[in-house]
Design a protein around this ligand. Structure first.
Ligand code: PGA
Length: 252
């Protein structure tokens, strides 16, 4: 059985005091939540403070990006060792905003996935098509290629630990979510792709999230889909009440 995983990607929002306020508001509802694994992904500056605030709760900490080297002259970058040392469990890799604005490619995503796993971090790998690609009927090829390249050269033990987030770019921050059935279809394609690279048993254990305008009103529908095991939530994770409602979606 795959344990559902719902992660809040705070993006470039929340100063440290704001982050701590959000955590304190989430705690009463989510500190002992065990049905779903909930993960908070604050900006780098708030990671350590949030980690301290989360101690003793069942909520996990994730970063939004990492660099692949352990240390060195890479001004502005943050290494997997640094993230692991402050208690990060997860790290988002290859979010479409990083691909679009910061030159992230399938090759750098692959390097980051390997670096994360080598240091005990679990990557949440984002894949997904643009509106133009969808309209040109390229979704399947594109997503299949992104998944294969992200997992290229991984050992089975590592591949078994990744989380894949299917995030159609046109659905991110637009209020226009994919239909649950469409998202499930792509999640199924992702699982078959993993099975093709490794094997069906391994693929069956990998958790696949949907992301893109997830909100309290639509989460249950996504979670009812057989191939979807969770959500990567942007905007709706910035408000405690709305994130709590998402994590407490109605069960299948
Ligand atoms: P959104 O963002 O929920 O605000 O659409 C999702 C994401 O970018 O992970």
């Amino acid at each position: 059985m795959r344990k559902p995983i719902i992660a809040g990607n705070w993006k470039m929002f929340k100063t440290v005091p704001e982050a701590l306020e959000l955590v304190e508001n989430l705690k009463p509802a989510l500190a002992g939540e065990h049905r779903v694994e909930s993960v908070l992904c604050p900006p780098f500056t708030a990671l350590y403070a949030v980690e301290e605030a989360l101690r003793g709760t069942s909520m996990a900490l994730g970063a939004q990006d990492l660099f692949w080297e352990k240390q060195g002259a890479y001004t502005g970058e943050v290494s997997p060792v640094m993230l692991a040392s402050i208690g990060c469990k997860y790290v988002i890799v290859g979010h479409s905003e990083r691909r679009q604005y910061f030159g992230e490619t399938d090759e750098t995503v692959n390097k980051k996935v390997k670096a994360a796993l080598a240091h005990g971090l679990l990557p949440i790998i984002c894949v997904g098509e643009s509106l133009e690609q969808r309209e040109a009927g390229k979704t399947e090829d594109l997503v299949r290629g992104q998944v294969r390249k992200a997992l290229d050269g991984l050992e089975a033990a590592g591949a078994a630990k990744v989380v894949i987030a299917y995030e159609p770019i046109w659905a991110i921050g637009t209020g226009r979510n994919a239909s649950a059935a469409d998202a499930d279809k792509v999640a199924g394609l992702i699982r078959r792709t993993i099975a093709g690279v490794f094997d069906a048993r391994l693929a069956d254990g990998v958790r696949i999230q949907y992301g893109g305008s997830v909100k309290p009103e639509n989460i249950a529908e996504f979670m009812q889909q057989p191939e979807i095991d969770g959500a990567l939530v942007g905007g709706a994770s910035l408000d405690a009440q709305s994130f709590v409602r998402i994590v407490r979606y109605e069960q299948k």
